[in-house]
Design a protein around this ligand. Sequence first.
Ligand SMILES: [Zn+2]
Length: 409
Amino acid sequence: MNINGTRLVERLHNMAKIGKTSKNGVHRLALTEEDKAARNLFVLWLKDLRLDVRVDDFGNIFGRKEGKLSHLPPVVIGSHLDSVPNGGKFDGTLGVLAALEVIQTLTEEDAQHDYPIEIAMFTNEEGARYATPMLGSGGMTGVFEQEYVYQMKDEQGLRFIDELKKINYHGDKEHRLQKIKCFVELHIEQGPVLIENKVSVGIVKGIQGLSWHKVTFIGESDHAGTTPMNQRKDAFVSAIKAMYLLHHWVKDLGDETAITFGKCSVNPNVINVIPRQVSFSIDVRHPDEETLIKRIGKLKEIILNISTDDDVESQIEDISLMQPVQFSERLVRELENLSRIAGFSSYKMYSGAGHDAMYMNRLGETVMIFVPSLKGKSHCEEEESCLEDIYQTVEVLYQLIKKEIVMVE
Ligand SMILES: [Zn+2]
């Protein structure tokens, strides 16, 4: 190992003290006093490493180590420090501290590099306080207008811009990252795939696309006792049938498609009245755009068929579509090679969750490295990863960055 695992874990413990919950989790919502304290500690560490610190207009923080050729775009590593309410101490933070560890290791061995290296910490990744996730990286890369981000309000009605100024992290637009050579984000997997496959290093090929819909069945309300069973137009029964058929259709596909019905409303929602109108949500995901579109077409067909068979009306509303993101195939190959050379087991996969890397991908070649999550748990206080897996993934990150910062003739 080239990296210093003990030092990394020590920083992780110190960071976890900020916003610490009773069950050893972390409660550190974006732009709060806890977030401010975490940022201050992070900036202190950046300065200890003699990095040039700058803050952009969304409060994203960067630390830069100049290379031999300062006109070259930087190699960037990083993640986020905010958490969900009562979240874990690894989500986001591990990626930021892994970046620090990599830069410190490179500095201590006096590694020569042509490209500048930058560490990045993005604001409001979780979308827990300001409801849009990845506001900092999305704002910086032009996905969101500055005004849209600034005017966003939390549940108390407090605006993003006011809260950003209050914690003293409102910087300059000129400090945003523009062009990059590449971006690498290390993050916990937040799912059970790596643990189940007994693998240490997750290599992320991209981020799944996701599409949201609202389905409504409209039948007829009637008396629960006097309406014969064969004369009913029960919207709830049609909705259940739709969810059941869609669930099993996707399960039988046996591929990377995932479908979830997370919300449902029944009208009139009375014990002795046949439901007239039922709406439910569909969240459908797939890493390949063309396949995702095909799945959406098929699911609409299944719903229409049910509505014809049951003689009830149906409506399908498209709420949003987030296109899949493909990361750099070159960097995926590099990570595979480096893991193999180091003797670590690795596994290629897609991310089911969004990350800052999704937007950074717009600025240049991007890839992610996943650390196995024990029991696949995250966004909770029980979130945990084993030290050996952390050391191995951070070592692979170090190996990759060490290669990327040197110009190839
Ligand atoms: Zn995260």
